[in-house]
Design a protein around this ligand. Structure first.
Ligand code: MET
Ligand code: ZN
Length: 772
């Protein structure tokens, strides 16, 4: 019999319980016991849901209060010294590593002041999830520190749910990490021998607790891996298998093609493999060929990364060929990856049209999909299964013929795009000559990335407006007051280029998506982005067009109340695409081009309305990069840059185009290809001098982010001076912009005020210094 399996379930709770809990804990409103209680409740619900749906193989240890990779770092004692010297509890150490911690001293209680920055946070493969990067040094001493995987396994067992614990595998864990700044010569993979005993220890504890099998995720197998990393697999898994004899290890890969690394895993002594056939069905024959004897084949066929209903007909064919090859007892029907990347429950959506709702499937619905597929393959004649299959066939037909999907006007415009649309009138040096005469910026111009604190008041008013409790006029008045407050504050601390603060935007993608035809949006479709930050990606369902300007009103208002320049603020085409759930029936390039035309109209409208500086954010540019080098990646480079340039090249030389990048490794060549006049880049946690030199010969202007906006800590003026000083050792002062890492919307006003004031003071300090 074929079994059904789910690689992981969203941990945020159907009503975002986890967010509320962690944020209340950070605010000191609930105790750690209360926090743990809520975690336990979420886990219990998730396991029950899966069990009730009939899923055979259910994961445990897929829960986390912050990030599953960070959990492992805590578990393995990969905790840089700077976090251990305060005597924090394990959960507080975890949060300090994830988000930094700054606490004044409490003399009365004899408690010292705490001031520690967060570890680096980076993109999880090509998703919009972010993990906390394991940070190793020569002094890292692996040892088991806690028992989370075992505790959660036993917790489920007590509830009558037998689970398969999931851990990130040892090679992925090391490869996704980095050397700490005191140990830059350290190659994390060289720590493998030291790390394996700790894996063996925890796996044995799981075995003793009654686990029969574990899921070891090795997603780095979809990267181009250096030879030494590929070579590490065989030995490592032999040691594991020997060290935990009797425990089945299923090696899990996802998000792509593992064929280039197939040799590395072809002879591993594991009990089974999982492959992602939604992302790469082409690998089927070759990967199945490595299976030996009784090794199981977990067929990733229900997409863990999107919201579209599975197309059962095609899936059943693929599963059937798996059964034909290895026999039904060895086949598992699974989600392609953890469902962490999908919203929790479609049943909570009340405002979607029935037609569109009929196209979607969220995490809970995907449970039934794996169950239905496996039941059908097992020959079930159950009426409910038959009905589900019939409904699915009707869905496929309905989507093929739906009227909301095709817009011939849009298709015509995309077909008519020519190469001139992606070119500014002149190259940057000529543009800059004109721009500097207009803007007359001082040396080290200061600015922010766009958003200012999204206060409770803003959320309350937005909510009231959405519910019709306040009129459009009242809401506009409120937003304008917010804009005015932000403008006055920026004038007060003397920033050079102002922003309107984005108070009208709940989310930088959804805000625009809601104004573009062809998008659908959910009311509850939250997905974790990092820590307690969740996003609600809108869904591209059809061809995209802009019925009217989307951002001009707020920018024009902000500009009307100040004599300084206000930047218009837009989300770029690639980020719009990446932070939405895309269509699965149209290639991504065409979707990006549709978006680029929408944005081009908006950029041109902003310019026509008198906005002279326009920032088009592309934080997701790097995220879209295909995970492997090759033709697909090269093509992406071209169409992604072209989409940005189509958006921004309709303006005069005098209009200054900014762009912004964050969250991911820098990709200087790609950034250069966008030809923006000024780019701001997340930098504060990089500790990597090569980031500076990468831009040495770049003629355009660059602001390296000077402080971490994910953390509430406030850098002092001296800290800014030190940071800037370091950069200026190698960096051309004439192209140096001063800005934070990213927008400030998740911060409070108090810390924002202080951090930005210190930043401006530091810029002034250097102006004085350079004037001499
Ligand atoms: C994730 S990038 C965010 C850019 C946006 N303009 C903001 O400041 O919030
Ligand atoms: Zn950003």
């Amino acid at each position: 019999m074929v079994a059904s399996s789910v690689l992981g379930f969203p941990r945020i709770g159907a009503k975002r319980e986890l967010k509320k809990a962690t944020e209340s804990y950070w605010a000191g409103k609930i105790t750690s016991e209360e926090l743990f209680e809520i975690g336990s409740k979420i886990r219990t619900e998730n396991w029950k849901l899966q069990k009730d749906a009939g899923v055979d193989i259910i994961a445990s240890n897929d829960f986390s209060f912050y990030d599953q990779v960070l959990d492992l770092s805590l578990l393995f004692n990969v905790i840089p010294d700077r976090y251990t010297k305060y005597g924090l509890s394990p959960i507080d150490t975890l949060f300090a590593m994830g988000r930094g911690l700054q606490k004044p001293a409490d003399e009365a209680k004899g408690i010292k002041a705490i001031d520690v920055t967060a570890l680096e946070m980076v993109k999880w493969f090509d998703s919009n999830y972010h993990y906390v990067r394991p940070t190793f040094s020569h002094s890292t001493e692996f040892k088991l520190n806690g028992s989370k995987p075992v505790d959660e396994f036993l917790e489920a067992k007590k509830l009558g749910v037998e689970t398969r614990p999931v851990l990130l595998g040892p090679i992925s864990y090391l490869f996704l990490g980095k050397a700490d700044k005191d140990s830059l010569d350290l190659d994390p993979i060289s720590l493998l021998e030291k790390l394996l005993p700790v894996y063996i220890e925890v796996l044995n504890k799981l075995k003793e607790a009654g686990a029969k099998s574990v899921q070891l995720d090795e997603p780095v197998l979809v990267f181009d891996l250096p030879q030494n990393v590929q070579d590490a697999y065989q030995g490592a898994y032999e040691k594991l298998a020997k060290g935990v004899a009797g425990l089945d290890i299923v090696l899990t890969t996802y998000f792509g093609d593992v064929r280039p690394n197939l040799k590395a895993i072809a002879n591993l002594p594991v009990s089974g493999f999982h492959f992602d056939f939604t992302r790469c069905p082409e690998q089927f024959d070759e990967v199945v060929a490595i299976l030996k004897d009784s090794q199981k084949l977990s067929v990733g066929i229900v997409d863990g990364r999107n919201v579209w209903k599975n197309k059962f007909g095609a899936s059943l064919k693929l599963i059937q060929s798996a059964v034909d090859k290895v026999g039904s007892d060895r086949v598992i029907v699974a989600t392609s990856s953890s469902l962490l990347h999908t919203p929790v429950d479609l049943d909570n959506e009340t405002s979607l049209s029935e037609e569109i709702k009929g196209f979607f499937s969220f995490a809970k619905q995907k449970l039934s999909e794996v169950v239905t597929l496996s039941a059908k393959i097992n020959g079930s004649t159950d009426a409910a299964i038959t009905k589900a299959l019939e409904e699915n066939a009707a869905y496929v037909e309905a989507r093929n013929t739906s009227k909301i999907i095709n817009n011939p006007e849009v298709q015509k415009r995309v077909a008519a795009i020519d190469s001139n649309m992606g070119k500014r009138q002149n190259a940057f040096p000529a543009r800059w000559n004109k721009q500097k005469a207009i803007f007359k910026f001082p040396l080290f111009p200061t600015t922010t990335i766009g958003s200012f604190p999204q206060t409770k008041e803003i959320r309350i008013n937005r909510n009231k407006f959405q519910r019709g409790k306040i009129s459009a006029e009242e809401y506009e008045k409120f937003i304008n007051e917010e804009i005015e407050r932000v403008i006055r504050f920026q004038e007060e601390i003397d920033l050079d280029v102002l922003v309107h603060g984005e108070p009208e935007r709940n989310d930088m993608t959804a805000y625009f998506g809601e104004q573009i035809n062809g998008y659908a949006f959910t009311t509850n479709g939250w997905v974790q982005s990092y820590g307690s930050r969740y996003v609600r990606p809108p869904v591209i369902v059809g061809d995209l067009s802009r019925p009217k300007p989307m951002s001009v009103k707020e920018s024009v208002y902000a500009q009307s109340i100040t004599t300084k320049h206000v930047k218009g603020m837009l989300t770029g085409p690639i980020t719009m695409l990446r932070w939405s759930f895309p269509r699965d029936d149209l290639d991504q390039k065409t979707q990006a081009y549709q978006l680029s035309l929408v944005l081009r109209d908006e950029v041109n409208d902003l310019e026509a309305a008198g906005i002279k500086i326009i920032q088009v954010d592309e934080p997701a540019l790097r995220e879209g990069l295909p995970l492997r080098a090759g033709a697909e990646r090269n093509a992406y480079y071209d169409w992604a840059a072209e989409s940005f340039r189509i958006s921004t090249s309709g303006v005069a030389d005098e209009t200054q185009i900014h762009s912004h990048f964050c969250y991911s490794d820098l990709d200087p060549n790609h950034i250069k290809a966008l030809d923006a006049d000024v780019v701001s880049i997340e930098y504060s946690k990089k500790d990597d001098p090569s980031y500076i030199s990468e831009f040495k010969d770049y003629p355009n202007h660059v602001g390296l982010g000077l402080f971490d906006i994910h953390s509430p800590r406030i850098p002092s003026k001296e800290e800014f001076i030190e940071k800037m000083g370091k950069i200026l050792e190698t960096y051309d002062a004439a192209k140096f912009w001063v800005n934070p890492d990213c927008g400030l919307k998740t911060r409070g006003w108090e810390e924002t005020k202080l951090s930005l004031s210190h930043m401006v003071e530091a810029a002034k300090y250097f102006r004085g210094k350079y004037a001499k």
